[in-house]
Design a protein around this ligand. Structure first.
Ligand code: HBI
Ligand code: FE
Length: 330
C-alpha cells in the first residue's frame, strides 16, 4: 500500500496528547474499547452464538488489516445476512416516510436511484465511498470494533468515518433481533450515517467536531463525544411543526425512531454548552433528545461553541493535502 509521508516536527509538549496530522495517520487511531462483547455480555443479541461470533471475528480481522491507501476488498455476505438487511430495510423505509428529516429522505432517494443502495443486497463499501466522495468528500474506512472517542473523533477531522467491520460497516445484526443492536453495526452505518454524511452541512459539522477534538483534553473529548452523540447520533429537528430524525442512531433503529418522535421522552432545544454536559444513555432508549431547527442552524451553533473552546493552538485543515497545521498565537 502507498502511504503518504509527511514530515513535521513533533513538539515536546507533554500537555497536548498526540493527534494525527495527516489522513494516513488514522492508521494509528485504532484503539478499541471493549463493551458489549458477544463472548461475555448477555445483553449482546449474539451472546452464546458460536457461528455469529466466529463470523464477527473474521470480519474484524479483515478490518484490522486495513491500512491507508489499501484497496477495499469486497466482502462476501451470506444469504442470511442479505435477508436480515432486507427485513430491516423494509421496516425502516416505511417509518422514514413520516419520521426522517427531508435531508435524509432526499439523499436516500439519490442513493437508491444511483443503485448505490438497494433493498436486495448489502452494498459494498467501495461503491458507497465513490458516492460519498462526490457529495462531501467523506469516506468510510473499516475498523475493528468500537473505538475510543478520541480516535473516532480524530478521523472525522479528515472526513474519514471509521466504521467497524465487526459492528458497523460490514457486520450484520444478529438475525434473531433485526430491530436492535447494542453496538453500531452495518445497518446503522449504511442506512443511518451514509445518507446523512452526503449532506454538506452535516459533513461539515462532523468534521468541525473532529477538528475540535485534535489535541483536546480528556474532558473536552468527553464534551465533544456528547455533542456528537446528541446531534449526529440521536438528534432531532423540526420540520413543518413535526419532529423528524437527523441522527443516525434513530434513523437506523425502528423502535427508538418511533419513541424519539413521540410524546414520551423529553425534548429540549439544542444548546451546545448545555448539550455537551448532558449524561446520555447507551444501553436503552434515550429519555431526552435535543431538537435543532435544522442542520444548518445546528452547525451555526456548533461554530459559536467552537469559538469558545479553549486550546493552546488553533488548527488549519488543508483539503488539498488532507492535513492539519498548527497555528500558535504568540
Ligand atoms: N467507534 N467504530 C466506532 N463507531 C462509532 O460510531 C463510534 C465509535 N466510538 C465512539 C463513538 N462512536 C461515539 O459514540 C462517540 O464517543 C464519539
Ligand atoms: Fe453511529
Amino acid at each position: 500500500s502507498i502511504t503518504a509521508v509527511r514530515m513535521y516536527k513533533t513538539r515536546q509538549d507533554p500537555e497536548v496528547p498526540w493527534f494525527p496530522r495527516h489522513v494516513s495517520e488514522i492508521d494509528k487511531c485504532s484503539h478499541c474499547i471493549t463493551k458489549y462483547e458477544p463472548t461475555i455480555d448477555p445483553r449482546h443479541p449474539g451472546f452464546g452464538d458460536e457461528v455469529y461470533i466466529a463470523r464477527r471475528e473474521e470480519l474484524n480481522r479483515l478490518a484490522a488489516n486495513f491500512r491507508y491507501g489499501d484497496q477495499l476488498a469486497d466482502v462476501q455476505y451470506t444469504e442470511a445476512e442479505h435477508d436480515t438487511w432486507r427485513q430491516v430495510f423494509d421496516k425502516l423505509e416505511h417509518l422514514h416516510v413520516t419520521l426522517a428529516c427531508s435531508t435524509y429522505r432526499r439523499n436516500l432517494a439519490m442513493l437508491l436511484e444511483e443503485g448505490v443502495l438497494t433493498r436486495e443486497r448489502i452494498p459494498q463499501l467501495r461503491s458507497i465511498n465513490a458516492f460519498l466522495e462526490r457529495r462531501t468528500g467523506f469516506i468510510l474506512r473499516p475498523c475493528s470494533g468500537l473505538l475510543s472517542a478520541r480516535d473516532f473523533l480524530a478521523s472525522l477531522a479528515f472526513r474519514v468515518f471509521q466504521g467497524s467491520y465487526e459492528n458497523t460497516t460490514q457486520y450484520l445484526r444478529h438475525h434473531t433481533k433485526p430491530h436492535h443492536s447494542p453496538e453500531p453495526d452495518l445497518i446503522h452505518e449504511l442506512l443511518g450515517h451514509v445518507p446523512m454524511f452526503a449532506d454538506p452541512a452535516l459533513a461539515q459539522m462532523s468534521q468541525d467536531i473532529g477538528l475540535m477534538s485534535l489535541g483536546a483534553s480528556d474532558e473536552q473529548i468527553e464534551r465533544l463525544a456528547t455533542v456528537y452523540w446528541f446531534i449526529v447520533e440521536f438528534g432531532l429537528c423540526r420540520e413543518e411543526g413535526q419532529l423528524r430524525a437527523i441522527g443516525a442512531g434513530l434513523l437506523s433503529a425502528f423502535g427508538e425512531l418511533q419513541h424519539a418522535c413521540s410524546d414520551v421522552p423529553e425534548h429540549r432545544e439544542f444548546i451546545p454548552t448545555e448539550t455537551a454536559l448532558q449524561k446520555y444513555e447507551d444501553d436503552d432508549y434515550q429519555p431526552l433528545y435535543y431538537v435543532a431547527d435544522g442542520i444548518e442552524e445546528a452547525l451555526g451553533k456548533l461554530r459559536e461553541y467552537a469559538g469558545k473552546f479553549e486550546r493552546p493552538f488553533s488548527l488549519i485543515y488543508d483539503p488539498y493535502t488532507r492535513s492539519v497545521t498548527e497555528v500558535r498565537s504568540v
